[in-house]
Design a protein around this ligand. Structure first.
Ligand code: ATP
Length: 275
């Protein structure tokens, strides 16, 4: 499968040279089958994650307007047991949030052990929209890459498995999606003039994303660039990368559950004996 995961800080990212479409050879029907199998495995891994309480999972979703953050959440979360999964969305900060440091509102949504959290937008907005629209001075947002790396490293040290996805769509695809939204009454609520206006900043966003991806990719908190012009391929890439990241933890989680099982058995035996 063709997708790029960056796990080294400082690697140069050129979004224009990274495909937004599925590779030519990929097959939609085969993808559907694979996705089903991955979904089942994901459900099983989440069950172990929840029971073992050794780790938590944080999925960060970023992308331009219409990139498919909601659709990805619907698909990925659809495979999971709602117990232990939640989605946090980060819009324009409230007055209270603005009076705190930029990570304050984020940190309180970090997942606890056993949980899987999905961030629909995130602390990355503070080096994206904030940068593009000049909402704080450059000297301030420039410092944030380091703060973000430190923050994510701290979460990782606490056992959080971090996956960050940039849903990569083309300019043409975004235009089609915005027009389609306008046309369908059920979807029109999602669109406003700001979405069209932001398209005028396409290149500024490209630059902001490239720098964010390059400066905040680390071994413990890598970015995956997801070709997102086709929804079926986007869902497959996210599911595949998620399963491949969690799979290596399976044995440790299973071992922990086995230990707990042995202990519980002994406790129950002692309880029965004492009756
Ligand atoms: P979405 O576009 O994510 O599907 P939406 O259009 O319904 O959602 P909200 O979720 O209410 O809108 O807010 C998203 C908006 O909030 C985006 O335009 C985003 O750039 C903006 N935003 C998020 N974080 C910040 C931030 N830290 N500072 C300024 N604006 C932010």
């Amino acid at each position: 499968m063709d997708f790029i995961t960056i796990d080294k800080q400082g690697e140069k990212v050129k979004l224009d040279s990274i495909p937004t479409e599925p590779p030519k050879k990929s097959d939609r029907d085969a993808a559907k089958q694979e996705l089903e199998a991955l979904g089942e495995e994901l459900f099983d891994l989440q069950d172990l994650l929840w029971g073992a309480r050794m780790n938590s999972v944080l999925i960060v979703l970023q992308g331009r307007d219409t990139a498919g953050k909601d659709g990805t959440i619907k698909h990925v979360a659809g495979y999971l047991n709602p117990r232990g999964v939640y989605v946090s969305s980060f819009g324009v900060p409230t007055e209270e949030e603005r009076e705190h440091d930029f990570l304050w509102r984020i940190h309180r949504h970090a997942p606890r052990k056993g949980e899987l959290a999905i961030f629909n937008r995130s602390h990355y907005e503070d080096v994206l929209v904030v940068r593009v629209h000049g909402l704080v001075p450059e000297s301030l947002w420039k410092e944030r890459y380091g703060h973000i790396r430190d923050f994510e490293e701290m979460l990782a040290e606490h056992g959080t498995i971090i996956l960050k996805y940039f849903l990569h769509i083309s300019r043409e695809e975004q235009e089609q999606r915005l027009l389609a939204r306008e046309q369908v009454p059920r979807k029109a609520w999602k669109i406003n003039a700001g979405d069209w206006e932001d398209r005028e900043h396409w290149d500024d966003y490209t630059q902001a994303y490239e720098e964010a991806l390059s400066r905040t990719s680390t071994k413990k908190a890598p970015w995956t660039i997801v070709p997102a012009d086709s929804k079926w391929y986007r869902n497959l890439v996210v599911a595949r990368s998620l399963v491949e990241t969690l799979r290596p933890y399976r044995q440790a989680w299973q071992d922990r559950l086995d230990e707990v099982g042995v202990r519980k058995k002994a406790e129950l035996a002692a309880w029965r004996k004492g009756r």
